[in-house]
Each structure stands twice: as C-alpha cells, then as structure tokens.
Design a protein around this ligand. Structure first.
Ligand SMILES: Cc1cc2nc3c(=O)[nH]c(=O)nc-3n(C[C@H](O)[C@H](O)[C@H](O)COP(=O)(O)OP(=O)(O)OC[C@H]3O[C@@H](n4cnc5c(N)ncnc54)[C@H](O)[C@@H]3O)c2cc1C
Length: 569
C-alpha cells in the first residue's frame, strides 16, 4: 500500500483539480468521493504518516498507546483556563492518514434531530436532519445498510455496561429504543470490522478502496503552511505551500482547495494565509488578504469529569488493564466464546440525559442559572443566536444535556489485577465558547487554544448536578453490588462546592471541538456559507469539524462523514 502513495516528484509544482489539505476523517472521505469521477484529479496533502496496518490504530484500544504520542497526536494543550483554577487541558487531535478517526474511541452515534435542524435555524438554509439522515444510512454497512463503514457491536464489552444501564433505569432513565431522541441508555455501536474486531477509520473505509485510482494522489509528510492566493476583492486560491522533508514546495489547483485539517489547524492555515482578523494578522506581520474576524472564534468542546471506580472481584468485569493481561485470557475465552481477533477493550455503554429527567429541585436550580445567564448576556449585548438555540435545547426534554459513558479505560490502574471503570460525565451542549488563534507567523508554532471552559456558569452547574445524579446511580442496584469503592475524586468529596472544585481540578474534554470556521451568515459570525465556501473567496472550502456551528450532543464522526458525503461540490 505504501508504494501506492504519491512521491514529492508526483506533487511538487504540479496542478490538480482539487487540493485537499488534511487526510483525516473528512479529507479522506471527500477525496474518495471526488475521485469516483475519473476525469477529476485530486491530491491529498497530509502532514502525518500513513500508519498503514499499524496495530496501535487497528486494535480498538490501541488509542491508549497513541494519546499524546507525537507520531499520532498533535497533542495540543489549552491555555490556562481561568474558570478552572488555571488548569491546562490536554487537547488531542489525530495526526496521519485517518486523522482523528484513527485514534478515536470508535463510538458510532447518529446525531440528534434538533442538533442538525439547529444548523438551519442559524440561517443555513437546507441544512436539515432529513437530508443528512439519508447519508447517515448510506454510509453504514449493517444489516440494513450497504455503506463503507461496518457498524456493529464489539465482542468484548467490559461487563459493567448492562448493570449500569439497569441502575440508570431504576433511576427513571429509559433504555433507549425510539428514533426521535437519543435520550436514554444505549449499548453503543462501534465502527468496527465484525470478523476481525479491528477499527474501521477513514483510511480503511474510504482511502484503501480508492488508492489504486490513477486520479487520486496522496502525499504524507506534507505539512501545509499557507494557501497561495491571488490579490483582489474576491480571493482565488492558486495553490498551497507545504513543507516536505524540511523543504518548501508549492502545489497548484485548477478548481478548488478544500481545507480538512480539523477544528484547530484549518483556522490556523486560514490565518497564516492572511484570512482572519486583520488586527491579529497585522500584529503578527502577516499581510491581510481578507478581513474575516470570525476565523478561529466560537470554539466549543464538550468537557467531562470522571468518577473512577474500583470494581469487586469475581464478577467478570474486564477493564483495559485486565483485557491486556494474558493472565486473564483463559477466563476471557470462557466469558466471550464467540469473540474473534485479539481481545481489546471498547467503549460500549452510554446514557444521554436531559435535565428534565433530574429531580424537580435540581431542574429549578439549573433553569435559574440559565435565566441569570440570559439576562446578563442580553444586558452586555453578548446573547447570540447560538445561545438562543442552546436555550431551546435546554428546555426540550428530547434533547440530552449530559451524557454518562461507561469506560473500561483508567490509565495507571492502581492494582493491575483489579478491574477499574471510569464513568465519564460529559456536558452535551456547552454554552461557554472560546477561540483558537495563531500566536506567530511561524507555521510550526502551535496555535493558542482557549475554550473558555465554564465561562458560562450554567455549564458547571449542569455538570455538578450530573455528577450527583451519576453518584446516585452508582449507589443503586444492581450496579452498586459490583463496586468496591470510588477512588476518584473520592468519597470525601460531598458538598456542591467540593464537587465543583473536583470538576474544575479534573476537567478533560471529549475531543469534539467545533465551530472555529463556523457555517453561518457572515453578519452573525460565520466564516463559510451553506456551500462551505469561505466568504469572499471563489474557490476555498472548508469541510471538517470546524464548520459545525453548534455543539452536537452525540459523538461526531457519523455526522461529519455524512456531511462529507452530502455537501455538493
Ligand atoms: C481521542 C479522540 C476520541 C474521540 N472519540 C470519538 C468517538 O468515540 N466517536 C466519535 O464519533 N467521535 C470521536 N471523536 C471525535 C471525532 O473523531 C472527530 O470529531 C473527527 O474525527 C474530526 O474529523 P476532522 O476531519 O475534522 O479532523 P481530523 O480527522 O482530525 O483530520 C485532520 C487531518 O488534517 C491533518 N492536518 C492538520 N494540519 C495539517 C497541515 N497543516 N497540513 C497537512 N495536514 C494537516 C491532520 O494530521 C489530520 O490527519 C474523538 C476524537 C478524538 C481526538
């Protein structure tokens, strides 16, 4: 396969109809779609390596060995978060072919109708759930679908998922079964090959079946530093500049440049190309090509806090540390007689919960914080259309406000022979938003990432209540019978203030960054139009998570791959 990749000689100084920047989730899906037409030539420039047949990628739990490794992960950090005691947050993004789809947790969830319909309510005519739903069905290979992504259930869940679901149910949360809401408890499907149990990412699903096409050229190790644009009131991209083996090269485009470098790097490339906030660009000595102040703004990600539990022995709960330990394999063979391939941990249990499912007093406290937020934001002229939609979500019992994920992944398990489960509590629709901007004209210097976590108090309030609710579920049968003790943050954390401090001190993200090149009308902070074209340009599009203008309550890969199929070139 490696020898089907392009060489620098195939690309440098050459012309292509389409130049796709970033061979990640969206980029490879698009490149595959575009080259279905043999008359169209496409080059993909990917900064990272190919990683073909790499067990850290193919084995579902291999991401534990990828996280923060520079070969696989851009491994960014945020700036200190001032509403979380100046904590910096690890901000992983996949590097190499497949991008973040090669290092994600494989969870496959279709988006909530209201999330996608929200795109249209922001002024993006035509972006409706029904249209996207057609593509969601087409991309899945399942008993009902003929698409390229096999979607199914992993053979080896940890064993904690069903009892947790039953305890959720005992606390009023239904087992999810209906189509019009994601709310409820689910066994999560994964993007996984049923026979081998291997990960399926954008490389395996989209690139490999297309790689033999003579009109598709993929160059790895090609780090794009800027777009080459003509001058004029409407910018036209002539090509892109990239570094390969420490040398600068150009590639030229006849039709369109498509930026698919992800929610951090796509805005970085625009700013390095002189497209962004003119004041910032001038301050860094970058010639301004297009004053587009919203580039890099509206960054949102779903923050999380975890409750880590040590599980009792003798109940066949298999966390990552046990699954990886050969001592436990004979028991695993007995418990999972039909499992094929290597034993590998997966994330299978998730529950989406609206605040309406919480006790009445709790709901009242959340709504009172929300009202205070709205009043303050309106008073200071900071109340946006996005906030308005998030308020609608909060008031809608079909739309989840938080999620609890049962994960068997606890890095540094204190006792390698015991099972540990982390319940990851995740905010579904953060109100707080921040930005990511370049801090230097040097493309090798990482941009600053400031998600402004908890700037809106309502986010912290929801997480505190979600934390208390999750603890109640942990103490409910049958799940409580499996738990030996809470080891993080620990039973001493009880009052609201103690819980707040524990959340602020342990905050993480679920890596669903979006919004930094938002699709919205320009007047309200948009960077791309409904055809995903950058305002003021004739041939620059952005197709990746950065265009998603609202936080999405579910996991993002299914939605993004559907978008990459749907949008018209
Ligand atoms: C650790 C982790 C776990 C996740 N878990 C899940 C999950 O279980 N389920 C789910 O649905 N979603 C999950 N997600 C989110 C989901 O995977 C992402 O939202 C999605 O894959 C992002 O796709 P993208 O195309 O926007 O960017 P990416 O897939 O990240 O692609 C961007 C590509 O551009 C390349 N690139 C960047 N800069 C340059 C440059 N200057 N020149 C050339 N190339 C460049 C990168 O190397 C990368 O390959 C997870 C994400 C992460 C990071």
């Amino acid at each position: 396969m490696q020898n089907r990749l392009a060489t620098i000689g195939d690309v440098a100084g050459k012309h292509f109809d389409f130049v796709v920047i970033g061979g990640g989730t969206a980029g490879l899906t698009l490149a595959s779609r575009l080259t279905e037409n043999p008359r169209v030539s496409v080059v993909v420039l990917e900064a990272g390596d190919a990683h073909f047949e790499d067990s850290k990628i193919l084995t579902p739990d291999g991401f534990m060995r990828q996280l923060r490794q520079p070969e696989y992960d851009w491994a960014f950090w945020t700036v200190p978060q001032k509403h979380s005691g100046d904590k910096v947050i690890s901000w992983s993004r996949g590097k190499g072919l497949g991008g973040s789809s090669a290092m994600n947790f494989l969870m496959w969830t279709t988006p909530q109708r209201e999330d996608i319909d929200g795109f249209e309510k922001l002024g993006n005519t035509g972006w409706k759930w029904e249209m996207l739903a057609t593509y969601m069905k087409k991309i899945e290979r399942s008993p009902s679908g003929l698409g390229l992504i096999p979607v199914g259930y992993a053979h080896t869940p940890s064993g904690a998922e069903l009892p947790f679901q039953q305890s959720m149910n005992a606390n009023g949360i239904p087992i999810a079964s209906v189509d019009d809401t994601t709310c409820g408890s689910w066994m999560s499907p994964s993007s996984i090959e049923p026979e081998t149990g291997c990960r399926v990412d954008a490389t395996t699903a989209y690139l490999l079946p297309a790689l033999q096409r003579p009109n598709l050229h993929v160059l790895t190790g090609a780090y794009v530093t800027k777009l080459l644009t003509s001058d004029g009131t409407r910018l036209t991209a002539m090509g892109a500049e990239f570094v390969y083996n420490s040398l600068l090269h150009n590639v030229y485009v006849d039709k369109e440049i498509i930026l698919s470098a992800g929610a951090v790097k796509s805005p970085q490339i625009l700013e390095l190309s002189g497209i962004g906030n003119c004041k910032l660009l001038r301050s860094l000595g970058i010639p301004v090509k297009m004053d587009l102040p919203a580039v890099g703004g509206s960054l949102r990600d779903k923050v999380t806090v975890s409750i880590v539990l040590e599980m009792k022995e003798g109940h066949d709960i298999f966390s990552f540390n046990l699954m990886a330990n050969p001592e436990f394999h004979s028991r695993l063979n007995e418990v999972y007689p039909n499992a094929t391939g290597k034993f590998s941990s997966v994330v299978s249990g998730m529950t989406f919960i609206p605040t309406q499912a919480l006790p009445e007093g709790t709901q009242a406290s959340i709504f009172s914080t929300a009202e205070t937020f709205v009043q303050n934001a309106k008073q200071h002229g900071l109340y946006t259309k996005v906030h308005e939609l998030l308020m609608d979500h909060l008031g809608n019992s079909k739309v989840p406000d938080f999620e609890v994920i049962v994960t068997p992944f606890v890095p540094g398990a204190p006792n390698p022979k015991k099972a540990y489960i982390a319940l990851v509590i995740c905010l579904s629709h953060p109100f707080s938003s921040g930005d990511t901007h370049i801090q230097s004209a040097d493309p090798q210097i990482a941009p600053l990432i400031d998600p402004c976590v908890f700037e809106c108090a309502i986010d912290l309030n929801i997480l505190v209540e979600a934390f208390k609710f999750t603890r109640k579920v942990i103490q409910t049968a049958p799940f409580c019978d499996l738990v030996s003790k809470e080891i993080r943050p620990g039973p001493e954390v009880q009052s609201d203030n103690e819980i707040k401090a524990a959340i602020q001190g342990n905050i993480a993200t679920i890596w669903h960054s979006s919004g930094t090149v938002s699709m919205m009308p320009k007047e309200i902070g948009g960077v791309v139009d409904t055809k995903l074209k950058v305002y003021g340009t004739t041939n620059v599009r952005v197709v990746d998570m950065s265009i998603v203008p609202l936080p999405i309550g579910t996991h993002t890969q299914c939605m993004l791959i559907s978008i990459s199929h749907w949008y018209e070139l």
